[in-house]
Design a protein around this ligand. Structure first.
Ligand SMILES: NC(=O)c1ccc[n+]([C@@H]2O[C@H](COP(=O)([O-])OP(=O)(O)OC[C@H]3O[C@@H](n4cnc5c(N)ncnc54)[C@H](OP(=O)(O)O)[C@@H]3O)[C@@H](O)[C@H]2O)c1
Length: 264
């Protein structure tokens, strides 16, 4: 924890966190709010939860505002960063956290599923990074982008095929964007392990899945938020990914951990 007093609200750097109404995005936004940032809380459908995140961030002393956009809609996605900039002035960072996570396999894979995941999980982060680059160029300063990835890219299995492919493309885009948008922007990834109960998991299955790592604990929302803040505040980091997963990626898993932890 920093011993420095928090900067005055008007001096705080501004971060846009996508999908920040609840779950990991909320934890990232509130961690930033607690450590000297102002936060733009993006949401798609969860307006009430987004309003609660904004209220909690303000209670921490951070300027905060909610912004709605369906990131699968190219025009809505393109309008998001300008809307945040119009509200706050300069924007320094984008955390691409929002994500679609639907189950499919090779057997039921199709263009529709791939396109849904591609639009939200891959194309939107690229468009937001490009928009931040244009904004920082105009403002004459530097900035950073963090893409939320997934440990399963380093420990692959064919479950959640379209999701996995969309995140694999985002991991490649992290390298390509770091090349294309330097020196104005740094672009890096943070790859969580099993952090929150997702999909059809029971609470007991989640507890078991969370322990299926070399460290016998996967990541918590606080671990992920701390790693995102570390990347945002580390001026020499770009074009790489931090795996924050209790070492889950070191433990080969032939299927999604959901199935490995399942009750018989
Ligand atoms: N949870 C985990 O254990 C875990 C593990 C590995 C990686 N990750 C990664 O970490 C990130 C956060 O995970 P999470 O489980 O907290 O995410 P999540 O709950 O599955 O999704 C976060 C938010 O994404 C938003 N979203 C989805 N599609 C959207 C779209 N088309 N346009 C705009 N927003 C959209 C939703 O906002 P609304 O509710 O407002 O509609 C949703 O609340 C994701 O990138 C995920 O891949 C998570």
């Amino acid at each position: 924890m920093s011993q420095q007093p928090a900067p005055a609200p008007a001096e705080r750097p501004v971060a846009l966190v996508t999908g920040a109404a609840q779950r990991l995005g909320r934890a990232i936004a509130l961690d930033l709010a607690a450590h000297g940032w102002a936060v733009a809380v993006h949401y798609r459908q969860s307006a009430d939860a987004a309003a609660r995140t904004v209220a909690e961030a303000r209670a921490l002393g951070a300027p905060a505002e909610a912004f709605a956009a369906d990131l699968a809609d190219e025009a809505a996605c393109a309008a998001l960063l300008p809307a945040v900039a119009a509200h706050f002035g300069a924007v320094c960072a984008v955390v691409n956290n929002a994500s679609r996570f639907d189950y499919d396999t090779v057997d039921d894979f199709g263009h529709a599923a791939m396109e849904r995941h591609w639009r939200a999980n891959t194309a939107a982060p690229i468009l937001l990074a490009r928009a931040l680059h244009a904004h920082r160029l105009a403002a004459g300063g530097r900035g950073a982008v963090v893409n939320l990835l997934d440990q399963k890219l380093w420990n692959p299995n064919p479950d959640y095929l379209s999701y996995t492919l969309s995140k694999a493309a985002l991991e490649a885009a992290t390298t390509l964007l770091a090349q294309a948008l330097a020196p104005v922007l740094r672009v890096a990834g943070v790859a969580p392990g099993v952090t929150l109960l997702s999909g059809p998991m029971s609470a007991a299955e989640f507890e078991r899945a969370h322990r299926l790592t070399p460290l016998q604990r996967s990541s918590t929302p606080e671990d992920i938020a701390r790693a995102v803040r570390f990347v945002l505040e580390s001026p020499a980091i770009t074009g790489t990914t931090l795996l924050v997963d209790g070492g889950q990626h070191l433990m080969p898993q032939p299927r999604d951990v959901l199935f490995l932890a399942q009750d018989d």
